[in-house]
Design a protein around this ligand. Sequence first.
Ligand code: NAG
Ligand code: NAG
Ligand code: NAG
Ligand code: NAG
Ligand code: NAG
Length: 615
Amino acid sequence: MLLSSLLWLSVLPFAPGTGAQNRDTPESHLVSLRGILEGPLAGWKAVFYLDPSLEAPVWEYVRGLLVGRNASYVLVDLGSDGALWSEEQPKELLRGNFMVHVVVFQNDPRPFFEAVSLQWNPQYLLFFSASNVTKNNLLLEDTFKGIERLLLVEKTYLTSSASRPVSGMFTSFPFEERKIKSIGIWSNTKFASKEDLFVDRFESFRGYEFQLGTWFDDFPYLHQSKTKPEGYGDGVEVEMLDAMARVLDFKYNFTTEPPDLKWGAFENGSWTGMLGMVHREEKNFTVNYFVITGERVDAFDASVSYWMEGFGMSMLSPPPLPKWRGTYYSFTPFVWLSLAVTFVLVLIIISIQDMLQPEPFLGGVGSTWPYLLRAMFNNSIPRLPKAHWQRLFVGSWWLYCFIVTTAYTANLIAFLTIPVFPGRIQTVQQLAESDYRVSMFDYGEFVPGALKSSRDPYYRALGEKLDLYPTYDGSVHPMLEGTHAYIESYSYNRILIFVDYEADNSYMLREQLYPGHLCWYFQKNTAWKYKFDHGIRRLVESGLIAHWIKVKTEDFLGRDFERRQQLQDKERLNQALSLEHLQGVFFILAMSWAAGVLVFAGEVLRHRCLLQELE
Ligand SMILES: *[C@@H]1O[C@H](CO)[C@@H](O)[C@H](O)[C@H]1NC(C)=O
Ligand SMILES: *[C@@H]1O[C@H](CO)[C@@H](O)[C@H](O)[C@H]1NC(C)=O
Ligand SMILES: *[C@@H]1O[C@H](CO)[C@@H](O)[C@H](O)[C@H]1NC(C)=O
Ligand SMILES: *[C@@H]1O[C@H](CO)[C@@H](O)[C@H](O)[C@H]1NC(C)=O
Ligand SMILES: *[C@@H]1O[C@H](CO)[C@@H](O)[C@H](O)[C@H]1NC(C)=O
């Protein structure tokens, strides 16, 4: 179990008691420590950092406290090497709210904490100072600026240094004018819970202006406002920021584009693009389209997710099949084949029947097939065979032809007016198996690399078919030519293709690549990030994000875009018959006439030959 693994005790150099001033009643300040540990912090798992230079009586007292403690705890020697220590600790111990961290010190504890790894960022950190002089400058130290809840307990003299000291409790409010404030004097009754002790230090940002590392190239999330001057953004993120800015009282300042014109990836050992600006601490956070990935979470603090989206692929719709081909779409090829086979069979049967007659009625195959075809083309049958059983056979043939022609005519009318589309590619697998290649604008996204090294065979196949282009025009053009599918984040792709390139005859594949949770990225160990988490969660739960995405997308695509798109796909609109539709039918007519002329010419020739023979 994790708990037992956490119970790791570092070997502490126990300083021998230097003075023999062991008083029987411990100092009141130390009693406060007992009160805190056995009051609001009772039962909480804790990490205790003990200063080896603590005076002997203090040592003894703290050890006594720890022995009586029944929740698991970890002891750390402040004199040891912080870097070494933090390296081998699990994340649960170093970060978050799993454990309360308590530092009991006499001398400056900073050297230890300056050395710990970037992963060290407890949510609750309590400094208990055994020193006679104030240490409250610790609360403003950069080393501890990433701690969400910070508390310092130290000896305070209320009026003059002559009076008895009390345990004053202090914390810092980085966004307020008076940064260090007392939250009271320890008493067993006033602080019942952990939250009373560790107050919210970021209730308001007091009008602070956050610097955002952003790029105005992110429809519909963040882009240059159409109505406001250069530098003013619009989009879903602006709505989110504005909504939270009113509650949390902050301002923000966008960057219109990152200096290196890259989106943000880990390349050659450093972060590029917008993430690079945040990582280098030039900017406070970024709000553009970024999905949560493990690599990024290791180097940044991610907010909670506000939306789920992946990379969409747009393609040109295949053109409808030529309209004249409607003449044979009425039946499937199998039905056409069956019809031909049936005809041949009937022809053979009726020829045999005819031969068996004492007096042949039709006389040879040459005149039998035109006789049978008459029924097919809705022509009347001039005379019927004399034998009853032969009549019965012709009758059933006639009925068969009646059904087939009726079905064909009815279906033909429908097929003449409704365009027939070949099946569309809708999934990654279909795209990977097709002859289409894929194109993408190379702006430093993770997708090309991830596709090429993917373990999914279809993703990898796309990676192998991927062509990267240095401009949007370059990458969209092959898609408009109908040779490529174009990859871009789903919403952006849709707006780019339908609005900027007005490619109305295109569509988005139903499946998305790398669907992921969108989030904001903050600098690693940002103490006040939880305020934004809370705000974003409220926006998500109230449905505002979904609403804004719809509204901002419709700003570009027009209202009811999706329904119109579906209608267009089906083309259920009534259509008049055009020449093109009738082409096929007249084609058949012309063919029949041509055949008729040929047969006629053949007959005339034959007649001539016969005449010559007679002469
Ligand atoms: C631990 O101590 C607290 C208070 O001191 C007490 O409420 C709790 O029951 C104890 N838990 C155990 C498992 O002894
Ligand atoms: C702190 O003050 C107390 C008396 O107020 C004194 O006994 C003690 O020696 C002082 N400690 C240091 C380190 O100055
Ligand atoms: C935003 O920041 C830029 C520099 O990063 C600065 O020039 C500009 O004045 C700021 N805008 C506002 C409104 O503060
Ligand atoms: C990474 O380093 C290689 C070689 O040092 C260089 O060719 C390449 O351009 C670098 N890539 C980036 C994005 O800086
Ligand atoms: C925000 O970023 C600026 C640098 O652009 C930095 O000076 C400032 O301290 C940051 N603010 C906070 C609250 O971290």
